[in-house]
Ligand binder design. Structure first.
Ligand SMILES: C[S@@+](CC[C@H](N)C(=O)[O-])C[C@H]1O[C@@H](n2cnc3c(N)ncnc32)[C@H](O)[C@@H]1O
Length: 315
């Protein structure tokens, strides 16, 4: 039972849950007792762990199906918690930095692919980008740099990258900037809320609209003039955007050859990634892997599936 409970404490860990199921079938006996079921779901801290909402939901579904398969009646609590995990209330998440200081961070669970609001919640690749930035390799690239984030969504990638680096005694001063960019108005509004909170934490953050498919070249150049690293997390989801996205990356590198482009890519679909690589090749862009979420020191809680950190440069 304790093993089960640990899976729920580490709510993203569905694979572990399945492993425990196989190893300890006797635990199911304990779950026939409704009190034990309630004990289990009381560990699903939906409010405290909004970032894990998808994983928690997946885990609860798995639990419900497994109970049903065994003819064990699931308690009303499990159904109630599962239903709540499907609702999209907005939420604030308060991750603590190294020194215990908390950087309030707002995001929404109301993610609608169709209306283009995937940027309203934060994605694992963004946390991965921040973790990479404070790895040894990452620090040698990011330390002291001003950042421009593409498709920033809530801004989590850029904000926590900057916050962690500063925590790590990076000499952050008024000179160093963080530009958060995206295309969707609702997403930009959320990024602005987080940028304002980041300003309180003394990160010089600005939010700008930057549509990969139609951008004002002068405005891009103005931002690049003040940027050392162009970064982005989970922006490789839609192949029809790749021609524009790679053209933008190419424009950045030709306008400012010393700028570095560091991206965190969630490997959801091999075909999609292959198309991105092909598009890069066609534009004479080289894509080199710098790291993987599984090799990084764990700093945040997120689903550690396959997330690559890559650098895009001119061939
Ligand atoms: C999967 S979300 C990732 C958000 C954020 N980087 C993260 O990892 O949490 C993809 C983001 O790309 C943005 N996006 C999609 N198409 C875009 C475009 N044409 N120009 C700029 N941003 C775009 C979306 O608004 C969304 O914020």
């Amino acid at each position: 039972m304790d093993e089960f409970i640990r899976c729920f404490e580490e709510a993203w860990n569905v694979a572990r849950f399945e492993e425990v199921l196989e190893k300890e079938p006797s635990a199911w006996k304990l779950l026939e007792d409704e009190k034990n079921q309630e004990r289990l779901v009381s560990k699903c801290w939906l409010e405290k762990k909004p970032l894990d909402i998808f994983a928690i939901s997946k885990l609860l579904k798995k639990l419900l199906v497994s109970l049903e398969d065994r003819g064990i009646e699931a308690s009303a609590d499990i159904y109630k918690t599962f239903n709540r995990s499907r609702l999209p209330p907005d939420s604030q998440y308060n991750p603590a930095l190294h020194d215990g200081r908390v950087l309030p961070f707002y995001h929404s669970r109301g993610v609608l692919l169709q209306s283009g609001t995937t940027g309203l919640c934060s994605w694992p690749a963004a946390w991965c980008l921040a973790e990479f930035a404070i790895s040894d390799v990452g620090q040698s690239i990011f330390q002291g740099a001003s950042l421009l984030e593409l498709g920033c969504g809530t801004g989590v990638g850029g904000i926590f990258t900057a916050a962690l680096l500063r925590d790590n005694k990076d000499s952050l001063d008024a000179e160093r900037k963080l530009f958060l960019t995206d295309v969707h108005n609702d997403v930009l509004a959320v990024a602005q809320i987080n940028a304002d909170a980041a300003k309180e934490a003394k990160l010089h953050t600005e939010v700008h609209e930057l549509d990969w498919c139609s951008y004002d070249r002068r405005k891009l150049e103005e931002l690049l003039d003040q940027t050392d690293i162009v970064c982005g997390a989970d922006i490789f989801f839609e192949p029809c955007l790749f021609p524009d996205l790679t053209k933008l990356l190419h424009d950045c590198l030709t306008y400012k050859p010393c700028v570095r482009i560091i991206l965190a890519a969630t490997m959801r679909n091999e075909e999609t990634w292959r198309k991105f690589l092909e598009e890069c090749k066609g534009k004479k862009l080289r894509v080199a892997a710098l790291g993987n979420c599984l090799d990084l020191e764990e700093y945040f809680v997120y689903e550690r599936s396959s997330i690559l950190i890559v650098e895009v440069s001119l061939e």
